[in-house]
Design a protein around this ligand. Sequence first.
Ligand SMILES: *[C@@H]1O[C@H](CO)[C@@H](O)[C@H](O)[C@H]1NC(C)=O
Ligand SMILES: *[C@@H]1O[C@H](CO)[C@@H](O)[C@H](O)[C@H]1NC(C)=O
Length: 226
Amino acid sequence: MFSSSFLLTLAAALGAFASPIVSIEELQDASSSILDSRSTSPGTGTNNGFYYSFYTDGGGNVTYNNGAKGSYTTQWTNCGNFVAGKGWNPGSARTISYSGIFSPNGNAYLSVYGWTTDPLVEYYITESYGTYNPATGLTYKGQLSSDGGTYNIYTSTRTNAPSIVGTANFTQYWSIRSSKRVGGTVTVGNHFNAWKKYGMNLGTQNYQIVATEGYESSGSSAITVS
Ligand SMILES: *[C@@H]1O[C@H](CO)[C@@H](O)[C@H](O)[C@H]1NC(C)=O
Ligand SMILES: *[C@@H]1O[C@H](CO)[C@@H](O)[C@H](O)[C@H]1NC(C)=O
């Protein structure tokens, strides 16, 4: 890890060269990762070319950090509910690759996570989870084979719940991988098509991230999306 003073020295030294060995862009990347090592405030935005969203209901201690390119880290202790990660806005039927570490102690999910409006839908393609299987209490619709695994598909109705348009009533769509994994490729289009087959229609795409979500638990994650 570079220190700020090292970077300043490096920048000063580079000024002496006619043709720099490190580009300005590389210096900017390095200095933005120094800024990124501070924790990111709850909210949404773009960071190093990726969209990010960090929602928390304020319970417990939750730290989210944007990192270089598509990377982020989370750490949480006795949280309420939080959802955080990096991806794109708008979402699409893209193929997403991700890798990293997901270490929940209790109830947490690692998912491709997104929203649409008209209809308002919150969707999950859940790759791994902690002690609580989110399928509990959902309505089963069918199965999908994709990306080397089997996903079970479910829906659920949420009443007076937090959403991207404030407190609302909306539907959740879920694909839950039957054998958990952390890292791989998610062909999102396969899920969108399977959901459609079961009458689970999406609206206008809003954001789409590879999210770490915690619910009344502790843990950490370090994820990179591409
Ligand atoms: C959050 O962190 C603070 C400071 O480290 C600590 O005093 C507090 O007990 C923590 N709260 C929870 C819910 O873990
Ligand atoms: C959600 O539906 C319930 C019951 O149908 C209704 O009472 C409530 O006002 C609705 N909430 C919103 C935010 O529209």
